[in-house]
Design a protein around this ligand. Structure first.
Ligand code: FAD
Length: 908
């Protein structure tokens, strides 16, 4: 026989049972699923019929319970499994991660002060707000904070670098632009650049897009990055060199720059070898200035150089320069190949050799490097990706009159960014879909036209897109003098020694190990477009990070650290949309098409600080905790631990007491009462929080619609209870509860008139009838025996109008109040069915514990050794719950020790 007892539920019944058992000498484990014990009683302002302050009675008991040497309170925990039998139960407890070390947290609350995420406070029934790091109420016990992490926001899950997007957006919404910048910069080395050119898969997945429009995530990133660059005062200091090894990086695109940045921060000496006269890869020589001003890119690359990364320009590795062998000889211990995909694909159609045929990336490279490029008047660009759109818009800026893009699939399949396609159309570029060239026509060796054929879409191909099929006989000719081919690229792997053992894919890309990015050559790693083929900047950055971690692990002869398992992705159904109004995204100002085509000035002008804050406030905070880590910065006790994992504890106990209390019936289901539709119809527990000094209004009784102090309040009883269509039983406490609330209204504002609409008045406790009489005689409370059927709104003043049947006369009447309080049914606590399954006990048809022998064993559930008390047992008030908690303690003691009830102190 174990002399331990498990009590499930830290409300007043569970607390009482625990204290009694602990005083008898039992070891008690009190498991509470929320962060604090106290239960529903902690939410109450006063208790009937004495009108004592609920917290004044409860708090000493909570403290006694928590400090008792025989009680171990396991808050934020749940029962996961139960095996065994009376006297010897094996219990598994799941301790949920609160991400705050209980042994260190002092409860000071500095963390909550700086947390930028606000959400509805469950403790205040959603009337007030709390932060993502919180304790439920001021007197919470244990006095520690927890972080509410509900899951991974879909934006973060979609981002190849796993950027804490919700975090920086939350910081922007608070005007904390610098903090937002530093959060971004931890995972993204070129935020101003990425803010301009990212393909933003995060926006595609943004849950807000299911409400109205996705957040303008890239624009927000750009805003903080530009802001920081413009207002920066502190110098970037070189990272200290702590490692002996040197690393060579080949290529200074986003992949190479990221790996170099990370490795330098890890303490290595890093040199980037770049073939071109400028650093930045495709960011510098592919993407045109009107999308990404080179000055901006240069400033961001300067930051990386300041950290200590050396970039050697005009230094190709390969046939025309240093070889990989030379790099080994120079003493580099690892090499990261990040040479991108710069070799253009050919169409293999007649006429590709004519003068006037360009390849997209070389055309853009020449323009970006300042070479003189003069395309003709009428241009056809072949392709549907970003290169095609950039080449077309660049040609317009170079003076071409007519630019047409021909793409072999439809708009739906076009891989270019949607915004880019739209801007291209605004600038007058025509796009011909489902068309492909079959021949380039020429005269005197120069392009004179392009013969095309129409296509239709067949079954999906390997890329998942529908395969284009030529329509026989549909050829036609376009009148053009220049053709730009932008149909794909592959890496130029001329740098590899001819006899090398590098594995190359059929697409011409380097083959690497998925996890380590190691090539088939020892000590050589590769990533970015060189491995993926033409992809995106953010994917290249992600590869750079992974390569740095892998190279570091290799050089230190360690395993690559495992990645943290992300929490499940939150869907729109998981998000609390209360109070979120529909609002489209803030539009970024742009230069008008007629002005912008005269040169390469930047088209998108960025958001102002006000616009950024307004846009950031649209965020739905899907993951709740945003991952901004501001709490970590201010916690002097160093208690925050974002990497905390759930834990399982195994206990051996002799008996179990179920004291899981109640929840509130969802009155939204009862549309006739107007809850959720009429602002001044609220529930009894909401009213309780409004009158409580610790509530969101500090006890000021104001009605929701206009903050007016109501002088005429109506209470409707049995909302959902004693109703065969909903909960047929009596919730047991509402008649007294409403009477108490009416008395409180009068005490707050003497003269307040309260009217209680009841079915029949149940005042069957000690001094309850006297309490009702006092309410009538001293507190201006009227009781109307009735059945309310509907509540309408008086639109002129926001007053609810109650339609009811006077059950004493049968007449239908109306009553206008300034505030209506619904006494909603109380139901067994959420999750009781699952818990009952774990405990192996039966519930009655309403979800209360099934008690087979109510007369002789009134607390015994269907499984020997498991006892029920409080509201989990059946509807009852506080005094009854306390008595039953003590009784359950006795019963557990008796059952585990086989002692008689009379022997045990404080018997039933
Ligand atoms: P790169 O950026 O190509 O860098 C590779 C570098 O290696 C280059 O500087 C190259 O000169 C150097 N190098 C090559 N061989 C050698 C050698 N042997 N020795 C030394 N150095 C060498 N992506 C987006 O996300 N959004 C966009 O809007 C977008 N628009 C694009 C528009 C165009 C026109 C193009 C071409 C690409 C665009 N991309 C876009 C794709 C994006 O630019 C690439 O995915 C990304 O730059 C790949 O990064 P990387 O570091 O792997 O390669």
């Amino acid at each position: 026989m174990s002399d331990s007892v498990l009590v499930i539920g830290g409300g007043i019944a569970g607390i009482q049972a625990s204290i009694d058992l602990a005083n008898m000498g039992f070891q008690v484990y009190l498991v509470e699923r929320s962060p604090s014990i106290g239960g529903r009683m902690a939410q109450l302002d006063k208790t009937f019929p004495t009108n004592d302050c609920a917290m004044c009675i409860l708090a000493p008991k909570m403290i006694e319970c928590y400090r008792h040497r025989n009680i171990r309170v396991l808050s934020y925990s749940e029962v996961a499994a139960v095996a065994g039998e009376l006297g010897n139960f094996e219990v598994e407890i799941l301790k949920k991660p609160g991400y705050v070390d209980e042994t260190k947290c002092t409860g000071c609350g500095e963390c909550a002060q700086v947390c930028p995420v606000e959400l509805k406070n469950e403790f205040d029934q959603g009337i007030g707000n709390r932060k993502a790091i919180y304790k439920p109420f001021a007197q919470a016990i244990p006095n520690i904070y927890v972080i509410d992490k509900r899951g991974t926001a879909p934006c973060k899950a979609a981002c190849p670098v796993g950027l804490d997007i919700q975090g920086y957006i939350a910081l922007i919404s608070q005007g904390k632009f610098k903090e937002a910048f530093h959060l971004i910069r931890q995972k993204l080395i070129l935020p101003a650049t990425i803010g301009r050119v990212c393909t933003h898969p995060c926006e595609t997945e943004c849950n807000r897009g299911k409400v109205d429009e996705p957040l303008a995530i890239a624009a927000l990133k750009r805003f903080v990055a530009d802001y920081e660059l413009d207002t920066r005062t502190e110098e970037i200091a070189p990272a200290p060199r702590t490692q002996d090894a040197r690393v060579a990086v080949v290529g200074s695109g986003p992949a190479g720059l990221t790996a170099a940045n990370d490795l330098v921060l890890m303490g290595y000496e890093v040199t980037i070898f770049e073939a071109l006269p400028v650093p930045g890869g495709m960011l510098a020589v592919g993407i045109p200035d009107y999308r990404l001003p080179k000055e901006m890119l240069k400033r961001e690359i300067e930051d990386i150089k300041r950290l200590g990364v050396e970039i050697r320009l005009n230094s190709p590795v390969g046939k025309n320069g240093l070889t990989l062998d030379d790099l080994w000889k120079e003493g580099y211990k690892a090499i990261f190949i990040a040479v991108g995909a710069h070799k253009s694909a050919n169409l293999d159609i007649p006429g590709e050799d004519f003068e006037g045929v360009y390849h997209g990336v070389s055309f853009l490279k020449d323009v970006n490097l300042g070479k003189k490029v003069a395309p003709g008047e009428k241009i056809a660009v072949v392709g549907g990706g970003n290169v095609a759109i950039d080449a077309a818009r660049t040609a317009l800026r170079l003076g071409s009159r007519e630019v047409t893009i021909v793409y072999r699939r439809s708009r739906r399949e076009m891989p270019a960014n949607e915004e880019e396609i739209v801007e291209a159309e605004h600038e007058g570029i025509k796009i011909q879909y489902l068309v492909t060239p079959v021949r380039i026509l020429g005269e005197d060796g120069r392009v004179s036209g392009m013969e095309c054929i129409k296509m239709e879409l067949g079954a999906p191909d390997a890329s998942g897109r529908r395969r284009p099929i030529a329509i026989e006989g549909s050829q036609f000719t376009i009148d053009v003098d220049t053709v730009i081919l932008a149909i794909g690229q592959s890496p130029d792997l001329a740098l590899l020694p001819e006899d090398s053992r590098f594995q190359v894919s059929p697409r011409g890309t380097l083959v690497v190990d998925d996890k380590s990015l190691a090539t088939s050559m020892p000590r050589v790693f590769a990533g970015g477009d060189a491995v993926l083929g033409p992809a995106t900047v953010v994917q290249a950055i992600a590869a750079g990070h992974r390569a740095a971690i892998a190279i570091d692990s290799y050089l230190r002869d360690e395993m690559i650290p495992p990645e943290q398992e992300p929490l499940p992705i939150t869907t729109i159904e998981d998000v609390d949309l209360r109070g979120k109004e529909k609002k489209n995204r803030v539009a970024m100002p742009t230069v008008a098409p007629e002005e912008r085509l005269t040169d390469f000035r930047e088209v998108n002008l960025g958001l102002s600080a006000e616009m950024a804050i307004e846009e950031a406030k649209r965020c739905l905070n899907c993951g709740v905790c945003s991952g901004c880590r501001e709490c970590e910065k201010v916690c002097q006790a160093k208690a925050i631990n974002h990497e905390m994992k759930e834990e399982f504890l195994r206990l051996n106990v002799g008996a179990i007491i179920l004291a899981t209390g109640f929840d509130f019936y969802d009155v939204l289901k009862l549309g006739e009462y107007g809850y959720g539709r009429i602002a001044n119809v609220i529930t009894a527990i909401e009213y309780e929080r409004l009158t409580s000094a610790s509530g969101p209004t500090y006890g000021e009784l104001k009605r929701p619609s206009d903050g007016k102090i109501p002088s005429n309040i109506a209470f409707i009883q049995c909302v959902g209870s004693r109703d065969f269509k909903n909960m047929p039983y009596c919730s047991s406490v509402c008649c007294m509860h409403a009477t108490k609330e009416a008395i409180l209204a009068y005490e707050h504002h003497p003269g307040t008139k309260s009217t209680i609409f009841y079915m029949d008045l149940r005042a069957v406790g000690k001094r309850f009838q006297e309490y009702v009489t006092r309410a009538k005689e001293e507190y201006n409370v009227t009781y109307i025996r009735s059945r309310p059927g509907r509540i309408d709104l008086n639109a002129a003043d926001g007053n609810p109008i109650i339609w009811y049947e006077d059950t004493t006369t049968g007449e239908t009447k109306t009553f206008e109040a300034e505030l209506v309080i619904l006494s909603q049914a109380l139901v067994p606590s959420k999750g009781i069915e699952e818990l009952a399954g774990i405990l192996g006990i039966s519930l009655d048809k309403y979800g209360f514990a099934e008690i087979p022998d109510k007369l002789l064993s009134p607390l015994d559930t269907t499984r020997p050794g498991i006892f029920a008390c409080g509201y989990a047992h059946s509807p009852r008030d506080i005094p009854d719950s306390v008595v039953q908690g003590s009784a359950a303690a006795d019963r557990a003691a008796e059952a585990t020790t086989a002692r008689t009830p009379s022997f045990v102190a404080g018997g039933v």
